[in-house]
Design a protein. Structure first.
Length: 253
């Protein structure tokens, strides 16, 4: 049992039994509480805190989160959205996945148009945003320099990725935003399923894979500024992915 697993175990042992009404919601709350305390990767701990101290000029009056960012959404979600890692001045500032930067603007507007997010914008943890039937997660929870976690950091954080995904027990559709998220999800699925397609399908925007349990994996370009500024990913393209997700969910079981 490594340090992260031990922390989860200890917290689970101390969960008050009379508060356990929804096992998924309670479990996810436990995992989230453990994630935000994690300091397993020295380079990322130093970076996330340095960014939070230095701040971007536009946000100099704000208190940065500067900690790991847990998943966000509906514990009963049938849609899971997989990104890469928190943005330095986005989720690392606000403490909510895909919140406070341009990538998040694109994602939440599209989720809202598809009926998965109550509001078109996600700007802070107390803005009233609510997810409906969707959960947003990422394989790395601390903002990495240049958006590039090392392999070791990714592997450290897989404990949290697995813990969240294991608790989301009604998933019908995964949407992977970018190749990094797709590969991370595929590794998770390999750890959980014996009969995945071989070889692993290559990543392509709009491509999809039917998984052995009947769930659908959809691929999309990441709504990074690099992709949206250049027109590689348009709002219509992202909307089409979530429209496909909506259709697949309605047909699920
Ligand atoms: S990246 Fe993940 S494992 Fe590493 S310190 Fe952050 S939360 Fe912990």
């Amino acid at each position: 049992m490594d340090a992260v697993e031990r922390e989860l175990f200890v917290r689970a042992q101390h969960a008050p039994p009379d508060q356990v009404s929804d096992p998924s919601a309670e479990g996810l709350a436990e995992v989230s509480a453990a994630i935000v305390e994690c300091r397993l990767c020295p380079r990322l701990v130093a970076w996330r805190e340095q960014v939070a101290d230095d701040k971007r000029a536009a946000y100099r009056d704000e208190d940065y989160w500067g900690r790991p960012v847990p998943g966000f959404g509906d514990p009963s979600a049938r849609l899971v959205v997989v990104g890469l890692a928190p943005g330095a001045h986005g989720a690392n500032r606000t403490g909510r996945m895909f919140t406070g930067d341009r990538s998040g603007d694109w994602l939440f507007r599209s989720l809202h148009r598809a009926g998965f997010a109550a509001l078109p914008d996600s700007v802070s943890r107390d803005d009233g945003q609510r997810m409906s039937d969707a959960w947003i997660t990422a394989p790395v929870r601390c903002a990495p320099p240049d958006n590039k976690p090392t392999t070791g950091e990714r592997d450290n954080c897989a404990t949290w990725f697995d813990a969240e995904l294991d608790l989301l027990d009604q998933v019908a559709v995964y949407v992977c935003l970018g190749r990094y998220g797709y590969l991370a999800l595929w590794r998770y699925l390999q750890r959980r399923m014996e009969t995945l397609p071989r070889p692993r399908p290559s990543f392509g925007h709009g491509d999809e894979v039917e998984l052995p349990d009947g769930a659908l994996l959809l691929m999309s370009y990441h709504p990074s500024q690099q992709n949206t500024f250049t027109g590689r990913l348009t709002a219509q393209m992202l909307d089409a992915v979530f429209a496909r997700a909506r259709t697949a969910i309605e047909l699920w079981r």
